[in-house]
Design a protein around this ligand. Structure first.
Ligand code: DGL
Length: 275
């Protein structure tokens, strides 16, 4: 197989959060091209009704798979995958989907205090999938679910260079920190792909040091396992592209994507793309 014929890896999120996964995936799959899709017309996913969001994402993938013919799809969004992962696999049995779910299992294995918090969107916190993960892998821990209404938006603003007040960020993360019987929370799971962009701010504002668990590398490793390495890798001039379902990402978002080496295409809700 020659490099030019290789299919791209599609990375999907509601916004720019999936870039935290894309950057790890690129390290592990240097010979692959990537198509990044942000459903920014539907952002944020955190507050959507479940049935409506399922329908939206499955319909969108119907078009994306036809248009981009990816090798594998990485759903770099906890809010989407915990709800729609099974439906996507059922609707498109010939496509392989790598999912993103709250890293509750590794957190339960690593915690020393037994107090773990999961910082996520309100959607992810509500999911049966998330409750099942806790029951299956963390029943011996005290797991606090913190559904933040505002952090995904704040992360988008932060990464575009807008100023955020420390108080506003603190108000979103404060509930993650628990003291109980002389023990303290020692792990906070970053269960929204937007949040690792703000990890340095979280560290600075945390009342005590904790491990902020980012699953991006583990997701990328899983994708690498599914994507065959191309034996004779010849670098080509092909581009990695980014698609926004709004068709109109703003200037700072386009600049951010360009900084990630992605050429911004515009795909409207009709699924048609143009540069
Ligand atoms: N980045 C998404 C996640 O991992 C969610 C952001 C949103 O609310 O749309 O959950």
């Amino acid at each position: 197989m020659t490099n030019s014929k290789a299919k791209p890896v599609l990375v999907f999120d509601s916004g720019i959060g999936g870039l935290t996964v894309l950057r790890e995936a690129r390290v592990l799959m240097p010979e692959r091209h990537f198509t990044y899709v942000a459903d920014d017309a539907g952002f944020p996913y955190g507050g959507w009704q479940e049935e409506a969001l399922k329908e939206r994402v499955v319909t969108l993938f119907d078009r994306l798979l036809t248009e981009h013919d990816p090798e594998v799809c990485v759903i770099a969004c906890n809010t989407a995958f915990t709800l729609v992962g099974a439906d996507l696999r059922a609707a498109f049995p010939n496509m392989r989907f790598v999912g993103t779910v709250p890293a509750i299992k590794p957190a339960a294995e690593r915690t020393r205090s037994g107090l773990v918090s999961v910082l996520a969107t309100p959607g992810t916190v509500k999911r049966a999938y998330t409750r099942d993960l806790i029951q299956s892998f963390a029943s011996q821990c005290h797991v606090r679910l913190v559904g933040s209404e505002n952090l995904a938006r704040m992360a988008e603003a932060y990464i575009r260079g807008e100023a955020l007040s420390d108080e506003a960020v603190k108000a979103e993360i404060d509930q993650c920190f628990i003291e109980k019987d002389g023990r303290k929370t020692d792990i906070v799971v970053l269960a929204c792909t937007h949040y690792p962009f703000m990890a340095n701010v979280f560290r600075r504002l945390a009342p005590w040091p904790v491990d902020w668990l980012d699953p991006a590398e583990a997701i990328a490793r899983q994708a690498r396992r599914l994507v065959p390495a191309i034996a004779e890798f010849i670098p080509d001039d092909g581009e990695d592209i980014a698609i926004f379902t709004s068709g109109a990402p703003d200037f700072s978002t386009r600049r951010l994507l360009q900084g990630f080496g992605l050429k911004v295409n515009r795909t409207g809700d009709d699924g048609k793309s143009s540069s």
